[in-house]
Design a protein around this ligand. Structure first.
Ligand code: GLC
Length: 562
């Protein structure tokens, strides 16, 4: 169904994620910035996305790429200022593009006013109650429990007293030590974020992407991790009873936030980063008085396997549907390896974990198949009901950069594990805009905060523009067709029976009416025949007609047909 009501735009939007440090640098310091985004907005308008999501742009020491915020109501000087941010929102709106910004409520930066006030006061003070502070074991010498940080090492660090001497107390940080976890029992914490929501809503922002939305409340008493699990949390493990994630109390926070979003006209929207084990637990965040949508990481983690992918699609739609929510689809973001490389590795017989904290692969990806699968997966995703996310550079088919030297890597997990884990910089390499120049048009001076591979010229926006075989033109065609096609977007689907699980074919919308679209993807090793009369879009070249009717869909290919 096309969007009929502006307030419901989030139900079927295609949302493009900008990692501002790496998108476009206007002032030449090697870091992307707001002026760079403003200059390149026409790229997004031509691409045909409905909205952008901007990763954190707030004032920050940048210890975790801005996910360590020291002031939520100011812009970091490397990116610009509040006036330029507001101008960007207005300019995007003028082009018909909505703007979602990131918010990080699980933790602040240790440079945030709240944590600085904690450091300046003593145990038991009110400032301490805004964070999780506990006395250590063994007379204060050992952390309060054995929880480990997602980024490696203990999840607790000692709190020094105002004079620098040890207090014997520790603060919790599920991520880096520079990212202390907030204690959501404290009213100041609620007020800080309600003020922040209103501050940006008042400046025209259409919604927020909520970082670590399943993490804000910790189990009372900080109990040990379930024994089958170890002390180390890995995102999206199939373990459901972890004491630091998905606690019932977190849902009250989202109800409070939803009330604020509903006070605006049109109501503002939320998308949660919700890593939980099951589609069922995920759907609880999408009840009508909580978040509008949440990232579907089960989709991102699905292997190149028809039966598995179909199961993920069915579960996601079913569970979200129970609470009246649309589902979302996502193949890439700033935390996971690029889809081309992920599927290329899988085609070569390896499996690169979907979260980028684990080790680098030892195998070479099968790049040709990786490219074909990345294209097919995009066409298939854009044919599914719900909203879809694109990560910057996905429209260019950028590969993961696997060989960044250790001394340029900035992922805090890399540092915390002495280089054993933490390879997220490989998907954060700046965007190539032009075929030539030292940073391919990313920056006017040629500077770039991460080195860009020397062979990226042909992947640049300018090089791909106008080449009908390019990933850029495929993405543009697909987004144009999706907009024009009333059967796509929000709505339902039905699986077309009689085909092997290796080749998925679904019909949009469900039911017999017309117009309809068949969305097909061949995840098998042999060609499949799809019964249809015409082809609307393919991820590769034209499809051959099959003897006896229909079209031949080669392996690693997706198409929309009718
Ligand atoms: C989320 C972000 C990630 C960040 C982490 C801590 O998972 O996507 O980039 O490191 O939260 O804020």
């Amino acid at each position: 169904m096309p969007i009929t009501n502006d307030a419901d735009w989030w139900r079927n939007a295609v949302i493009y994620q900008i990692y501002p440090k790496s998108w476009a640098d206007a002032d030449g310091d090697g870091f992307g910035d707001i002026a760079g985004i403003r200059a390149h907005l026409p790229h997004l308008a031509r691409l045909g996305v409905d909205a952008i999501w901007i990763s954190p742009w707030y004032r920050s020491p940048q210890s975790d790429g801005g996910y360590d915020v020291s002031d939520y109501r100011d812009i970091d000087p490397i990116f610009g200022d509040v006036a330029s941010a507001t101008a960007l929102v207005d300019e995007a709106h003028d082009l018909g593009i909505k703007v979602i910004v990131d918010i990080v409520p699980n933790h602040t930066s240790s440079q945030h006013r709240f944590f600085q006030e904690l450091l300046a006061s003593g145990p038991g003070s009110d400032a301490w109650a805004r964070y999780h502070c506990l006395p250590g074991r063994d007379g204060g010498a050992t952390p309060p429990n054995a929880w480990e940080s997602v980024f490696g090492g203990p999840a607790w660090s000692p709190i020094p007293g105002p004079d620098g001497t040890p207090t014997g107390w520790w603060y919790l940080h599920l991520f880096d030590a520079s990212q202390p976890d907030l204690h959501w029992d404290h009213p100041d914490v609620h007020a800080e974020f309600l003020d922040t929501l209103r501050f940006w809503f008042d400046r025209g922002v259409d919604g927020f992407r909520i970082d670590v939305a399943m993490g804000l409340v910790k189990a009372p008493g900080y109990p040990p991790m379930p024994p089958q699990h170890g002390d180390r949390h890995q995102l999206l493990d199939e373990v459901t009873d972890e004491p630091m994630w998905d606690q019932p109390g977190v849902h009250d926070i989202w109800r409070e936030w939803r009330r604020v979003a509903n006070q605006y006209q049109p109501p503002r929207a939320f998308v949660g980063e919700v890593w939980v084990a099951t589609a069922h637990a995920h759907a609880a965040y999408l009840r009508p008085d909580e978040l509008h949508t949440a990232f579907n990481f089960h989709h991102l983690k699905a292997p190149w396997n028809g039966a598995e992918l179909r199961r993920v699609v069915d579960h996601s739609l079913y569970e979200a549907g129970l609470v009246g929510a649309p589902t979302t689809w996502v193949l890439e973001n700033h935390d996971v390896p690029r889809v081309r490389t992920r599927f290329g590795l899988e085609a070569a017989g390896a499996a690169l974990p979907s979260t980028n904290t684990a080790q680098l692969p030892t195998l070479e990806p099968d790049d040709a198949r990786g490219v074909a699968r990345a294209r097919a997966a995009l066409v298939f995703m854009l044919g599914l009901p719900g909203s879809a996310y694109l990560y910057q550079g996905q429209e260019l088919g950028l590969p993961e950069v696997l060989d960044l030297p250790a001394d340029v890597r900035q992922d805090p997990a890399f540092r915390r594990t002495n280089g054993a884990e933490g390879f997220r910089d490989g998907c954060r390499v700046p965007i190539p805009w032009t075929p030539d120049g030292p940073s391919f048009g990313f920056s006017p001076t040629g500077a770039s905060w991460l080195p860009m591979p020397a062979d990226w010229g042909p992947l640049s926006v300018q090089a791909q523009q106008g080449d009908p075989t390019s990933m850029l033109e495929l993405t543009r065609r697909a987004l144009r067709a999706r907009r024009a096609e009333p059967a796509l977007g929000d709505g339902d689907l039905t699986w077309v029976s009689g085909l092997t699980d290796a080749c998925l074919v679904l019909r949009r919308p469900a039911g017999a009416g017309d117009p309809h679209v068949l969305v097909a993807m061949n995840l098998g090793d042999t060609p499949a025949v799809v019964d249809a009369e015409s082809v609307l879009l393919t991820s590769a070249g034209d499809l051959e007609p099959a003897e006896g009717g229909g079209f031949v869909l080669p392996p690693d290919t997706a198409a929309w047909l009718r």
